[in-house]
Design a binder for this molecule. Sequence first.
Ligand code: CU
Length: 711
Amino acid sequence: MNIKRQSLAFAIASALPMSQLALAQDAQRIEEITVVGVRDSHTVIVDDTLVATPDTAQLLRKMPGANVNKNGELTGIAQYRGMFGDRIRVAVDGAQINGAGPNAMDAPLHYAPVAILESLTINRGIVPVSKGQETLGGYVEAKTYAGDFGAGSDFEFGGRAYTGGQTVNGGTVLSGFFSVANDTHLFRGFAMQEQGDDLEFPGGEIRPSEYERERFDLGYSFQSGPHSFTFDFARNNTKDAGTASLPMDILSIDSDLFRSRYVYDADDRVFTVELSASDNEHWMTNYHLRRPPQDNMMGAGTMRYRRNWAVSENYGFAVNLKQLTDDGSWLFGIDGHFAEHRSIITNPNAAAFLIANFHDVNRDIIGAFVEREVSLNARTGLEAGIRVNQVEMGSLPVSANLNPMNMMMGMPVMMNNMAGMLSTQFNNSDLDQSDTNVDAFARLSYETDGDATWYVGAARKTRSPSYQERYLWIPLEATGGLADGKTYTGNPRLKPEVAHEIELGLDYENARYGIYPRAFYKRVNDYIQGTPSSNMTAVNFAQMMANMGMGLPNPLEFSNVDARFYGMDVDAHYALNDSVTLRAILNIVRAERRDINDNLYRVSPDNLLVALDYRGQGWSASIEGVNYADQNRIAVTNLEQATEGYSLINVMARTEIAEGIEVRVGAENLLDEEYLDHLAAYNRAYNPDIAGRSRMPGLGRNLYARVMWNF
Ligand SMILES: [Cu+2]
């Protein structure tokens, strides 16, 4: 039997209307996977959907179970079923990119701008161990546009020009994709420039929220018989970009990204080798985009100027062999990811001031897995797998100079002494850590007589601590983008998180409608969470900083606690007639501590999206109601503030004005509703329109247009 996977993902029929159109166009590229008895319907693709933002992470708001923690216009952190950040494995064209920013200013989806995005896929529910090394919270995959091979041996020129604009911040994007290809060779190039001013909301502007970014890609693909090969290089240059939810703003992010893949695709086996690397350099400050620190009773504002230089390097590989059998397949793989981070904080007004925030910390993982997909009988399918990861982490000794003027007494001397005590404590602790983590999952599917498929799954997933959670030695807000306003210290001796999860699901669909509910329960032992610091030096240090007007007192320290997550998400559509479809996405998640009575921080409010999609002759349109409930289940530990519910209306339309030229227009928040975005944290920059440390507002009405010309 020859069962071949045509593509990585199967898009369920209830995906967005625009993605349906795109899917119809891309029918050859995206096909349903049918391994006998196993229907892989836990994935949704949004292919090039109609969203005005430059940030791909915003697309997650349109997917079941998913959302985005927004810290800036180019700084969206993926959330899935109440977990976010490093708990979610994000792959960009297969590569894992650990950004340079210790506060995740360049979260992974920063490296897949909307203008070059082809698709964004989430795995619904339990993630197969083959998808990535650490998939405790979920799996998101962004694919960038790569062009198509030609039909014959003659080279043909093709491409896509893409431009757009929006009113909420005067944002524009201009990009071009070009390819020269025949049936064997495909050369491609891409260039993009995008920028925006500060965002408007009904009560004023979010400052700073401007951004500017450039991106250049060059790539080559080869295919011949069973062999295919790709090689891609991308350069990302992010310039000024405000992140008002964080203590600093982006001055630059300069990244070189490389990836390559070889596939040998024979009749009964597929052999894949992937390599990736990235080199990311980042500068941020607290004075160049926002109002700089002001003089106060405690001294000159210039002494509180901070700039931060941070770099990361990533190297990754994956080698997989898929062996097809009569009843399914075996998949064997080994993979590695090696990341190194460095971060140094200085003050431009005091040359000797220095905090070696992260000193050559490394986080290296080597993993191996076996996965099996099998048809147990004509109706029942089983997917199961096991993975072992060996994690090695380490840090060089750290130091700081907080007394740059060499004063003999006073605050700088005391602070410098405390920093010295903290660095000595840190340097004397067990900096080298290794964890052996075992993941496993199993998932049964059962097709009934009718139109239904039932799923039941269970998994054990692990995650070793992030480098911030282990190696943040001095109370700072460098927390991977938590943006709760608290300062934190890490703990090298933290244990890995271990999650046990069960999931129940149903896909029911017929010609008229489809409904795809999932219910889940995830119990996490050793969940890593900030708890009140017990280190008196850290507590005193933070208090002294707070007295100077820098940060809050009472720092947290990353600790192993116990937590649980549960809830459900439902994706559904109903065809009212040939041209009108009603669709809905419902998300409910609860995230709680088990060791004390508290909720977890920054968890998506319950929300319901209801839309009507119309498909006419040569055009289509949608009207969408987005409804968020109050979020009163807040994390007291993180001083979290509740938010009230809100409803927004979005409209959009799309038509082809000439052969290959598509125009899309739309309005987000059509009624200019004033609301607070629970997942956008708090304002941290001086702004006459938004009080400091108060909830960040949602955006005002945004009219946008986009033109795409395929040639
Ligand atoms: Cu940064």
